[in-house]
Design a binder for this molecule. Sequence first.
Ligand code: V47
Length: 376
Amino acid sequence: MTKTALDFIEAKVLAGQRLSFEDGVALLESGDLLWLGGLADLARQRLAGDRVFFVNNRHINHTNVCGNSCKFCAFSAREGSPEAYTMSLDEVLAAARQSLADGITELHIVGGEHPSLPFEYYREMIGALHQLDPAVHIQAFTASEISFFARRANKTVAEVLLELKKAGLGSLPGGGAEIFSERVRGLVCSRKISGRGWLDVMRIAHETGIKSNATMLYGHVESGAERIDHLLRLRELQDQTGGFGSFIPLPFHPANTGLSHLPGSTGIEDLKMLAVSRLMLDNFANIKAFWIMLGVKVAQISLHFGVNDIDGTVVEEKITHAAGAQTGQEISRNELVGLIRAAGRIPVERDTLYNVIHTYEGGKDERRPVEEVEEL
Ligand code: V47
């Protein structure tokens, strides 16, 4: 890519103009990481200022049983196999109870597409969790899971969403999007909902008053053009509904998957992807770095590459850890505050829908002993 083309893109960003498909591909191909990061940082500054969000949350992966056999997934197991597990309602409630005592404000629940669990299992789970603590926001079930529930229960997507909403569902997580390209889906997740199907479920959710996130799984067999196509399809839907709260690019982890011969992404590629996401998704308020997949240090550095959200405390995560993630399972609120401060930003604890719970004012770049942070 010639310098002139990149200069032209830079001028567009400075003028606040929307970037095209060709611009996105050129940005991904550009070799100047710091230039790209600086441009994304400018876009981040305009959209989000110096505040960096995190949430006090807990993930629950209620079952790994799944009939999809996606090649990128190390988490799923066949029904009846020795690795298969399905949590009972009591086990889900016990996991939630444990973290409610620690003050979480969000439960993030995703699992496999279990071929024989009835829809009642999910509706009862949401209802019981909501009763346990009506103030806790339940972000549960990817668009792919919602579509699967509808097919299994012979209901429409809208019916499933409304029943879950009535039971206490707050919003949908962004998983299951993978890469929208039919070519790629044919290679890595041919049994899963199509890209168009995923977007349709999200459109219906947004029209039903249910907000959601969006993700993209990258670093496997997709091309740069297919990544940009994915971003543009999200941008188009966001223009129409405004229902996406954040975008989270997820770097593929190859260990124990059907694609274990692939190397996985590098830190440079991760930072580039986050920066390009910030620049292309001009109608997304938040770009999130999921530290579990990126590693804490890359997630922290990404705060200078367009990112303004570092996800949350998480507590327990099985999907990426099955695929070889080296990160811990949990990070404390104080550690998140320290990481954000050390990056020169203002830590803000948010709820799931980006309402501010607490702004940690004070010295921006000093690191304080962990026990002092709570007292600010
Ligand atoms: O849908 C599966 C991906 C997703 C692997 O909405 C893998 O705030 C990497 O969607 N390597 C689940 N990724 C996680 C997810 C998520 C995470 C954090 C925040 C939010 C949010 C959503 O993980 C799956 C799939 O795309 N995944 N296998 C793997 N081997």
